[in-house]
Design a protein around this ligand. Structure first.
Ligand code: LLP
Length: 424
């Protein structure tokens, strides 16, 4: 059972607040985050890597709720962003521009311009073509662009194919063999200040040795560039640190820090990491209500009111989120139960659970480890509302995103005036 969730009189509580009470107040489904757990995670990570001088930038894509970002920003956490929208959020959360790094393989001219005007710390450039656009935009605005080149080191992160990002057939980064020439070219550009290298090998990485390979390759490249007379002062080691689940402990932070020290620790570079999942996944759950129980051929189904639009990870990556009952566990059920949502697709299936005990209609269930890539990946498919997000802190909670119902969505669909001649 996760740290900030406990049973009081049998009922699952988030910190000091009963999840049944929150459900009563905001309805289901809803996301619930623990402010204490967000802070605790950041403190644990910084106490492992901080002594090495490594700065932490939260990957905003994992959980982009403004109030979650504000919790991190207050602690001095930087942000890793991948769009103008994420930049707006990071700045709105009070993150200083000097702690924001702009990653991503397809930044638009407009986004690059906004990043330069805001004075972001660094733009991670992913191709020669993007470097040219950054230089052009920088010149047109009269603002020098501070960049790092994102390297594709051709390392397999050993994770799900859809979240592997640094094999040589991947769309991300610049092939490691092409980096020296491009770096030398960037170094001569008057409107570009090329200061370093970045890498990100994938997400939910459990075995740390791919990090060692990628960072060792990066270190080799730093030495090579320096030998060619180029200046390299910054290294962005990316995100990807996985979390454990259920009985699995997940990677060891001390080892993660040791690998950083051993691979890049002697280069004298300013180093940062960009974890998303590690910082927020375990601080969030998705609470759902059981609507119906039904018997299928060979499986019992519980149809719940959360669906793949609310939590896409099982449908998209076959991810499995541990489930807790909000009520006190009852006697064992005779059969495992498949938790499925209301959406009209067979992939709207959260998987089969053997340990939930007997379920009844109206029961509340909590999908654990849903604080990363949960709400941030949700959609309104099947014209379902975006569900509320709630933040608990001690004995209090508040709604940090309202349920977005159909009226708001229909407002966006009020037709504009026609452009062009009417058809005959
Ligand atoms: N930095 C860059 C450049 C990234 O592309 C990502 C994630 C991160 C940092 C943060 O990675 P993390 O520490 O969270 O693993 N939706 C998928 C995960 C996609 C990750 C994409 N990039 C999921 O739900 O598993």
């Amino acid at each position: 059972q996760p740290r900030w969730l406990s049973r009081q009189d049998g009922v699952l509580h988030a910190e000091g607040v009963s999840l049944a009470d929150i459900a009563q107040s905001v309805g289901t489904p809803f996301y619930c985050y623990s402010a204490s757990e967000l802070r605790r995670g950041y403190a644990e990570l910084t106490s492992a890597v901080g002594p090495l001088g490594v700065a932490v930038c939260f990957a905003v894509k994992a959980n982009s709720n403004l109030n979650v970002l504000t919790e991190f920003a207050r602690l001095g956490c930087g942000m890793d962003i991948v769009s103008g929208g994420e930049m707006d959020r990071a700045l709105a959360a009070g993150t200083p521009a000097s702690r924001i790094i702009f990653s991503g393989v397809g930044k638009t001219r407009d986004e690059i311009g906004r990043a330069l005007e805001a004075g972001l710390h660094q733009i991670n450039v992913e191709s020669a073509a993007e470097l040219d656009v950054v230089a052009e935009v920088a010149q047109s605005l009269g603002r020098r662009a501070t960049v790092a080149l994102r390297v594709n080191p051709d390392v397999d992160a050993g994770t799900h194919a859809k979240i592997t990002t640094a094999r040589k057939d991947s769309k991300f980064g610049i092939a490691i063999g092409d980096v020296p020439a491009l770096y030398a070219r960037a170094a001569k550009m008057p409107w570009v200040e090329c200061l370093g290298l970045a890498v990100h090998i994938g997400s939910q990485v459990q075995n740390l040795s791919p990090f060692r390979h990628a960072w060792a390759a990066l270190a080799g490249l730093v030495r090579q560039l320096r030998a060619e007379g180029l200046t390299v002062t910054r290294l962005d080691l990316g995100g990807g640190l996985g979390i454990g689940s259920g009985a699995e402990p997940g990677p060891d932070l001390a080892e993660y820090a040791r690998i950083i020290a051993e691979t890049v620790g002697d280069l004298g570079c300013a180093v940062n990491v960009e974890p998303g999942r590690w910082l927020s996944a375990r601080a969030g759950i998705l609470v759902t209500e059981v609507l119906y129980l039904k018997q299928g051929d060979g499986a019992g189904f519980a149809v719940v009111d959360a669906a793949m639009n609310d939590l896409m990870r099982p449908a998209l990556y076959d991810a499995r989120h541990p489930v807790l009952t909000v009520h006190a566990p009852r006697g064992a059920a005779p059969l495992p139960c498949r938790l499925v949502g209301p959406i009209c697709e067979s992939s709207d299936d959260f998987g089969s659970y053997a340990d939930l005990g007997e379920l009844k209609s109206g029961d509340l269930l909590a999908f654990d480890n849903a604080g990363a890539y949960g709400a941030s990946m949700s959609s309104t498919y099947n014209s379902r509302a975006l569900v509320p997000e709630v933040l608990v802190d001690g004995d209090r909670f508040r709604v940090i995103r309202q349920r977005t119902g159909t009226d708001r969505l229909l407002q966006l669909e009020q037709p504009g005036p026609w452009t062009g001649a009417p058809s005959a």
